[in-house]
Design a protein around this ligand. Structure first.
Ligand code: ATP
Ligand code: ZN
Length: 476
């Protein structure tokens, strides 16, 4: 089944067709690193992590880039308040962000381009816009002339006239028109700055994403995403800059996440109503936070409540319980020579649950519906295990395989399945030690030594002690 994606650009679900067969190139706007990452950010990044995981699960090679805004007004302001160097401040919070994402089991992006390492690329981009007549230099910076770009407003559906009336414009003294936005800001005394054809200064916010995404993903790519607060002005301006520069369509699918809300307001650094990921992780397992996010569709708003997190915690426990039930039951499971009603019922429940899971994920990554399917399978397996004395191995294996898929896509139970693998490996080593002991008894020393040497080549060292043979891992 093909994947359908809700495209903010067309306000419709569309069948997903990547530009290159088998490959998906996606760019997700990263954080402005001036404070700790909060659960609101986590909502967005976990959502895109699962989207990316699902695309990979479906067989696509995903090339993902995420920027770091490591110089910007907010960073300079905060650094002035705390007396830190803006560069060090950004560096510190960038490191914390990566740690937080790792803790939440969010797979790292392939490339994390940072603004301060791409200043020359940004300058080149602005120069091109100036050459093409879309940008002009004002007293305090270089601006993009919005009215020159005919498609302006195509993403947010905001008209330039409304924009000016509603005063949704950025400040800037040197602008020709109120709706224009800064591509380059000339440095004020004491601000971090870089040399440019327009004097010393720094990039505006939007230009970094146009520059760095096209540098790494090409002049056209598949998916661009972020929280829905980025639709306007950030993504609207990104489109204007990039399409003005290249003269053709840039991004195929625009994806935006709903907000994480606290008491009816967006959780945000600016409003100060946030719970950091670190605080949340002191109280909840990372997988609880993931499940809490996945309980809602990524486009819907999500309320941050204790009940919501407790609900996720209980749900996660229920699923772990089922996994343990299956694992333990495997030991008493038998090969099937015939099926009874219980087997047919369990089989059909797993089959239907698995289909529902894929249908839900194909339908614009509907994790909330997919999770329902996971519980249907979980309930059916538990029911089956209470019904039969000797469960059939094939039924359990089907359920197990399904949970492995859920694990891969949702980024939960990963350690559990890893331990299972480690357990299998240990059992195999023990088996080889027994075989070697038997060979030695039979005085087949050549073969016995071969086992020892081959294992050593794999990083497993055997040692014969008076108590028997023991093994340890060694560096090879
Ligand atoms: N409450 C939230 N719910 C969902 N996504 C959010 C929330 N807050 C921020 N995001 C998303 O996190 C990403 C990084 O945000 P960024 O660092 O730009 O935050 P910010 O806008 O500076 O901070 P804040 O919005 O907290 O004041 C963006 O995609 C943004 O849309
Ligand atoms: Zn961006």
């Amino acid at each position: 089944m093909a994947i359908k994606i809700y495209n903010t650009l067309t306000r419709q679900k569309e069948e997903f067709k990547p530009l290159r067969e088998g490959e998906v190139r996606m760019y997700v706007c990263g954080p402005t690193v001036y404070d700790y990452t909060h659960i609101g950010h986590a909502r967005t990044y976990i959502a895109f992590d699962v989207i990316r995981r699902y695309l990979e699960h479906k067989g696509y090679t995903v090339l993902m880039a995420m920027n770091f805004t490591d110089i910007d007004d907010k960073i300079i302001r905060r650094a002035n308040e705390t007396g830190e160097d803006p560069k060090e401040l950004a560096e510190k919070f960038l490191k914390y962000f990566l740690e937080d994402m790792k803790a939440l089991k969010v797979k790292p992006a392939d490339i994390y381009p940072r603004v301060t390492e791409h200043i020359n690329d940004i300058i080149d981009f602005v120069k091109k816009l100036q050459e093409k007549g879309y940008a002009y230099e004002g007293s305090d910076g270089v601006y993009f002339e919005v009215r020159k770009f005919k498609d302006y407003g195509k993403l947010s559906k905001i008209k330039v006239e409304e924009l000016v009336k509603g005063a949704r414009v950025e400040p800037g003294e040197g602008k020709k028109n109120p709706e224009d936005f800064a591509l380059w800001k000339k440095a004020k005394p004491g601000e971090p700055k870089w040399k440019s054809p327009w004097g010393e200064g720094r990039p505006g916010w939007h230009i970094e994403c146009s520059t760095m995404s096209t540098k790494y993903l090409g002049e056209s790519f598949d998916i661009h995403g972020g929280g829905s607060d980025l639709i306007f002005p950030h993504h609207e301006n990104e489109i204007a800059q990039t399409e003005a520069c290249t003269g053709h369509e840039w991004v195929r699918y625009w994806m935006h996440t709903g907000f994480l809300m606290v008491n009816g307001e967006k959780m945000s650094k600016s409003l100060g109503n946030f719970v950091t990921i670190r605080e949340a992780l002191e109280r909840y397992d990372p997988e609880v936070i993931r499940l809490f996010v996945l309980q809602r569709h990524y486009r819907s708003p999500l309320d941050y409540t204790e009940e919501g997190l407790e609900h996720a915690k209980n749900n996660l426990e229920r699923l772990y319980n089922t996994l343990e039930n299956i694992r333990v039951a495997m030991e008493r499971a038998e090969i099937s020579f015939k099926w009874d009603n219980e087997e047919f019922e369990a089989y059909e429940a797993i089959r239907d649950g698995r289909k529902k899971f894929y249908d839900a994920m194909d339908d614009d990554f509907n994790t909330a519906e997919a999770l329902k399917a996971v519980f249907e399978v979980s309930n059916a397996v538990n029911r089956y295990l209470t019904q039969v004395e000797r469960p059939k191995e094939s039924i359990l294996r089907k359920a197990w395989e399904f949970f492995k898929i859920v694990s891969e896509v949702f980024g939960i139970f990963e350690d559990y399945f890893r331990e299972e693998k480690a357990g299998e490996e240990e059992a195999l080593i023990k088996l080889l030690i027994d075989v070697r002991a038997q060979l030695r008894k039979e005085r087949k020393f050549d073969l016995a030594d071969k086992i020892r040497d081959e294992l050593r080549n794999l990083g497993i060292q055997l040692e014969d002690t008076p108590q028997g043979t023991v093994w340890k891992r060694i560096k090879i």
